[in-house]
Ligand binder design. Structure first.
Ligand code: HEC
Ligand code: HEC
Ligand code: HEC
Ligand code: HEC
Ligand code: HEC
Ligand code: HEC
Ligand code: HEC
Length: 491
């Protein structure tokens, strides 16, 4: 039986048409820059270097941000919607969203655009604010090739990107692409056609598709998907959960709804992208200004001036127009990380204005009393801040984390970092554990802990992803658990 109102799910190769459209746009943009530059009276050397910077920016755009090709051609594949069956009723709620449900029904399909239509293609409007100089990480490669190469494998770099069917971690293959709900007549299928990926909701006999255009999350824990409706950004109902390799309702969503109207606010993009032009209110942005991934510049400051200066002064060995966090006073250095690694605090003004060296309090409300240990309310600094290691030294995050390397899971390496300050013999357990103690200080002193503040619901259960507790201390329970596990595995 095939209840799909759509054509088959067979995979197709992206057509050459879009490549043609892309080259056309690039050509038009190129012409635009060329004529613009041509009108200025500048010396040729400077002109060349500016063009180089621009080319660099364009190259970078093609990787780190939606080049017009992708946004306005590929991403504008908007999915389809079937006619709404007559037994379903359509209303609008106070916020203006469209609600489709059975009369008096408790579950609903909710959309920010009229049902039976598709979302509007991403707006091609120009930014309304000037980009303060963010270029994206690719712009640093030319002079910092090694750093860029290793950095490009980190979760920071990979934490957001433009979706392609291949870049979505969850399966789009029939059989593994379905999310059921507690209601037999509400379900989702993640599908691919026309070279793009969609969530196909099946709600009480009505079907509609929403494109998955932007991926958030490096998939360490999960991936969540966003889509444009003109210049408004929304979250999709279905999220991918790495732990179970399955599709789940996005955190906080109500099982049985097909909800596609949750706005993506600027704060969300502040922690998961490098930059986007915010148009206010709430979830309106300039799609073409988006620089995905967290680039070097969120820790070192916007790069344009630095890049231009060093291109124009290739013999200069002293860096200019760039901040190294470890040159800042300790509290300021810590704040570079805690712009994103503390609890989600509301913005005081416009987003993307924090610069390394600033005080967080200039830009954000102070964190609330509650600062647990979960993915989104987590506050590694708060937990670490209770530890003697932190209180009795000048320790910062960088004592243990190299921001330019992917080091996840390398427990022996992290243990080396403990041993910068501690002899293994200083640990009361060193005799019992023996030599191999030097390969793992972590499991006993920074155990994984779950949190009820991050609950992820699958169809059958709730999952609480576990994170490292940064409160470094003597933890008898963790220690016993480790010894038990190792006694077993040693046999
Ligand atoms: C045209 C070459 C060039 C480009 C492009 C470039 N840099 Fe640099 N950068 C330099 C030079 C030269 C130095 C000084 C020598 C050194 O430390 O390597 C430097 C140093 C640095 C330093 C260390 C500063 C210090 O005081 O120790 C950082 C951080 C930095 N760059 C970040 C970036 C970032 C981020 C980007 C991309 C936005 C970037 N650079 C792009 C040339 C460049
Ligand atoms: C204050 C900063 C902050 C905000 C705001 C924020 N996040 Fe996150 N998010 C993080 C951090 C930090 C992590 C990684 C936690 C960790 O590994 O300790 C994360 C993890 C994630 C993950 C899992 C990533 C992975 O690789 O598994 C997803 C998905 C995600 N966030 C989506 C979102 C979405 C969608 C929003 C907005 C609705 C959002 N986040 C808002 C900081 C933030
Ligand atoms: C998560 C924050 C973060 C990101 C992202 C980041 N850096 Fe750094 N970077 C730092 C910190 C912190 C230091 C100081 C490290 C230290 O003192 O041990 C540093 C140091 C540097 C230095 C000085 C020399 C060195 O290696 O210590 C250079 C150059 C540099 N970074 C370039 C880059 C480039 C290029 C990128 C992107 C490809 C990048 N950084 C991304 C935080 C970051
Ligand atoms: C602009 C926001 C932002 C800043 C600034 C930032 N981080 Fe992150 N960081 C994130 C997000 C988001 C993730 C989760 C990425 C993912 O998995 O999708 C993350 C992940 C991490 C991870 C987990 C890496 C892994 O693969 O398990 C570490 C460690 C980390 N950050 C340390 C730091 C340190 C140290 C600093 C400061 C030098 C810093 N971060 C600055 C947003 C940020
Ligand atoms: C920058 C130096 C430094 C680093 C790095 C460091 N510590 Fe410490 N640590 C200290 C100091 C100082 C103390 C307090 C004096 C003491 O107990 O030795 C301490 C205390 C401790 C204590 C005793 C806590 C208590 O409440 O009695 C433990 C356990 C510990 N550290 C484990 C670790 C582990 C595990 C790591 C690596 C993940 C680590 N430390 C990294 C400096 C450091
Ligand atoms: C004393 C060492 C140490 C210090 C200091 C430290 N961390 Fe960690 N951190 C670790 C270890 C060990 C892990 C586990 C790494 C792994 O399993 O891949 C970790 C994991 C993380 C993760 C991944 C999420 C998780 O819990 O698995 C994030 C994010 C993170 N640290 C952020 C920070 C930030 C931000 C700071 C500064 C406020 C910081 N860390 C300071 C040792 C440290
Ligand atoms: C099997 C779990 C386990 C491992 C592995 C482990 N520790 Fe411990 N550690 C403990 C326990 C339990 C104590 C408390 C022992 C006591 O009081 O007799 C402790 C105590 C300590 C202390 C405090 C000593 C004091 O007297 O204040 C430090 C520092 C420490 N460990 C560091 C480390 C370092 C560094 C490593 C890795 C080289 C490590 N530990 C590995 C369980 C462990």
């Amino acid at each position: 039986m095939n209840s799909d109102l759509f054509e088959s799910e067979e995979k197709r190769v992206p057509s050459a048409k879009y490549l043609a459209v892309g080259s056309l746009i690039v050509a038009v943009l190129g012409f635009f820059f060329w004529t613009q530059v041509d009108q200025e009276v500048v010396d040729i050397g400077q002109l060349k270097r500016r063009q180089q910077v621009r080319r660099l920016q364009e190259e970078n755009e093609s990787i780190a941000r939606p080049d017009p090709d992708v946004v306005f051609a590929e991403l504008a594949k908007l999915g389809k919607a079937a006619p709404i069956p007559s037994y379903l009723q359509v209303d609008r709620n106070r916020a203006g969203a469209w609600i489709v449900r059975k009369p008096g029904g408790k579950v609903a399909a909710v959309l920010p655009f009229p049902p039976q239509q598709s979302p509007k293609p991403p707006s091609d409007a120009q930014p309304i604010h000037e980009n303060p100089g963010f270029l994206g990480a690719k712009a640093c490669e030319e002079c910092h090739a090694e750093t860029f190469a290793s950095f490009s494998k980190t979760s920071h770099h990979l934490t957001s990107h433009l979706a392609t069917p291949q870049s979505i971690r969850g399966s789009l293959d029939s059989g593994k692409n379905r999310l059921g709900t507690r209601l037999p007549n509400v379900s989702f299928k993640m599908v691919e056609h026309d070279g793009a990926a969609f969530q196909r909701a099946s709600f009480m006999g009505w079907e509609f598709e929403i494109p998955m255009q932007i991926v958030t999350g490096s998939a360490k824990l999960a991936q969540t998907f966003l889509y444009w409706n003109d210049d408004e950004l929304y979250q999709c109902n279905v999220t991918y959960l790495t732990d179970t390799d399955s599709w789940i309702n996005s955190p906080g969503y109500h099982d049985g709804d097909a909800a596609y109207e949750r706005p993506i606010i600027a704060r969300c993009l502040e922690c998961h992208t490098t930059y986007v032009d915010f148009r206010e209110p709430v979830n309106r942005f300039t799609p073409r200004s988006l620089i995905t991934g967290i680039s070097c510049e969120r820790c070192h400051g916007p790069g344009r001036e630095h890049v231009e200066y060093h291109r124009e002064n290739p013999r200069e060995k002293e860096s200019r127009f760039v901040t190294v966090p470890s040159d800042l006073p300790r509290d300021k250095e810590l704040q570079v990380c805690s712009q994103c690694h503390s609890s989600i605090t509301p913005l005081k003004g416009r987003p993307f204005r924090f610069r390394p060296g600033d005080d967080l309090i200039q830009h954000y409300e102070p964190p609330g009393e509650e600062s647990g240990n979960s993915v989104h309310t987590s506050n590694q600094l708060d937990r670490l801040g209770r530890s003697k290691c932190f209180l009795q030294t000048e320790m910062t995050c960088v004592d243990c984390h190299n921001p330019h390397q992917f080091e996840r899971g390398n427990i022996a390496l992290f243990s080396q970092r403990c041993m910068k300050c501690h002899q293994p013999q200083a640990c009361g357990m060193s005799d019992e554990v023996g030599e191999k103690i030097s390969t793992n200080c972590i499991d006993c002193h920074m155990p994984f802990t779950g949190s009820d503040q991050l609950r992820l619901d699958t169809a059958s259960e709730s999952i609480f992803p576990e994170m490292r507790d940064h409160y470094i201390r003597i933890d008898k329970q963790a220690s016993d658990a480790y010894l038990k596990q190792n006694a077993v595995s040693d046999k």
